[in-house]
Design a protein around this ligand. Structure first.
Ligand SMILES: *Cc1c(COP(=O)(O)O)cnc(C)c1O
Length: 395
């Protein structure tokens, strides 16, 4: 609790991320970790606010309220991974329901949706999200849920969230529009304001920023949906553990600072790669076919890009020759990462399906960290030259 101050002023998100509010009788500068599974009844017949950590824990509550302020929504639930968010969300569906989604989804999302499609009597359709008319035509009265992400990764497709959400709610007011905001974070995009009913994201990525925990965030303004989501979380026990909640709160404090640096590094790297003649996919480049659409619904362009070399062997050699970039799946870390999606994060998608969806096998994904930009460009430049030299020597 802060004393005094002008409480009418609406602070910027850069301020809100570092300003955590909570009640603590010792006025600790950092919120305490309630590392406990159970809470004592204050009296035999009366329970306190908390009884069992599966249902609720004060450290988790502080984090949820902090995130609700940052996102600007009524309710946030934090759970043990981004995929857990989607698992909880898909439990809102019933047999016979239909789902409309994109065709360039996060690998894990694709895997879970394929599973419910094949085992759960729920029909999931995958379509090109960049084709607004096509997307609209696939949404019918039977569409109970629309699941979208933008920019997708690694193809960097942008979806017109506002138009699709409006259309879905017009066709079926009960349709739940779900948006995975992992790539943008609440600092750059506010899916609920654009018409989504549920905003979720993997906090394993930017929100925590250090790749030392897994976590997921569910956010909504709809109280009925919030209750239904909580019912599932409490039933299966996927609420985020106290220590993880505490670590995520610490990571969040530098979110604005990290993103600012990561994004400015990424813009420079994207321009450099383009100047080297590569086909670069990044919504911050004017050459991106949906540059204007992305700009219209976000406050930033993020720190993930992908580029094609035109040669799978060359791509593999480039990735093998980097030094600073970690060859790692995932993104959002303070460290720069590089990967070959077809061999790594998207390997779980059938190669035939990848081909149908126009997924280039030589695509390299780069997730930019907070290092010095000249060092990053030097490292990539060196890896590219080395890769080309190896190819020449082999021939
Ligand atoms: C990583 C990721 C997820 C899954 O989150 P986890 O925390 O790894 O379970 C979902 N969507 C996107 C876009 C992601 O990048």
């Amino acid at each position: 609790m802060s004393a005094g101050g002008d409480h009418t002023r609406k602070y910027k998100l850069q301020t809100e991320v570092v300003k955590v509010s909570y009640d603590d009788s010792w006025h600790a500068s950092c919120p305490p970790i309630y590392q406990t599974a159970t809470f004592k009844n204050p009296d035999v017949l009366h329970m306190g606010k908390y009884d069992y950590t599966r249902s609720g824990n004060p450290t988790r509550t502080i984090l949820q309220e902090h995130l609700a302020k940052i996102i600007g929504c009524k309710q946030v639930w934090v759970v043990n991974s981004g995929m857990s968010c989607l698992d909880i969300i898909t439990r809102l569906l019933k047999p016979g329901d239909e789902v409309v989604s994109g065709d360039d989804l996060y690998g894990g999302t694709d895997r879970l949706l394929t599973y419910i499609n094949n085992n759960g009597d729920i029909k999931v359709g995958h379509h090109d999200i960049t084709n607004l008319d096509l997307m609209k035509s696939k949404i019918t009265e039977n569409t109970k849920m629309v699941i979208l992400e933008s920019p997708t990764n690694p193809l960097m497709k942008i979806v017109d969230l506002k138009s699709i959400a409006e259309h879905a709610h017009k066709v079926n007011p009960q349709c739940i529009v779900v948006f995975d905001n992992t790539m943008m974070t609440p600092l750059m995009m506010k899916p609920l304001e654009l018409g989504a009913d549920i905003h979720y994201e993997s906090a394993t990525k930017y929100l925590n920023g250090h790749h030392d925990i897994m976590a997921g965030v569910l956010a909504t303004d709809n109280e009925e949906l919030a209750d239904r989501l909580f019912f599932v979380i409490n039933s299966i026990g996927s609420g985020l553990a106290p220590f993880e909640s505490w670590l995520l709160m610490r990571g969040l404090k530098t979110l604005a600072l990290r993103l600012e640096r990561q994004q400015s590094n990424c813009i420079k790297l994207a321009n450099w790669l383009e100047s080297q003649g590569f086909k670069v996919r990044y919504p911050g480049l004017k050459s991106h076919p949906q540059y204007e659409l992305h700009k219209s619904q976000t406050k930033g362009t993020g720190a993930v890009l992908s580029f094609e070399t035109g040669d799978i062997d060359l791509s593999e050699r480039i990735v093998r020759n980097v030094d600073i970039f970690g060859v790692t799946v995932s993104f959002g870390c303070v460290n720069s990462l590089i990967s070959l999606p077809c061999k790594m994060s998207h390997a779980s998608i059938d190669p035939k399906v990848r081909a149908e969806r126009g997924f280039p096998e030589d695509l390299i994904r780069v997730c930019v960290g907070i290092e010095d930009i000249d060092d990053l460009i030097f490292d990539l430049d060196h890896a590219i030259k080395q890769a080309k030299k190896e190819q020449k020597e082999r021939n």
